[in-house]
Design a protein around this ligand. Structure first.
Ligand code: ZN
Length: 72
């Protein structure tokens, strides 16, 4: 009977090791997926770089804010 518990314990340890091993790859995916965040110089909102508008070295959240900021 104690042998059965030992086998069960080994299975649990192997299972936990496999689980912790599998947890590592997604971290790299998150790091790769997380984009650079930029700040709108007009309203200060943070947004992903790909969604921002770059004009004159400044980032804007929308074309309207780009025009408002550049009009000044
Ligand atoms: Zn803005």
């Amino acid at each position: 009977m104690s042998r059965l518990f030992f086998i069960l314990a080994v299975i649990i340890v192997v299972y936990l090791l496999l689980r912790s091993y599998r947890k590592q790859p997604p971290k790299q995916d998150v790091a790769a997926a997380s984009e650079d965040m930029v700040r709108c110089v007009r309203c200060g909102v943070h947004l992903p770089k790909s969604e921002s508008i770059l004009a004159g070295g400044n980032f804007y959240c929308s074309d309207a804010h780009r025009r408002e900021h550049q009009a000044k």
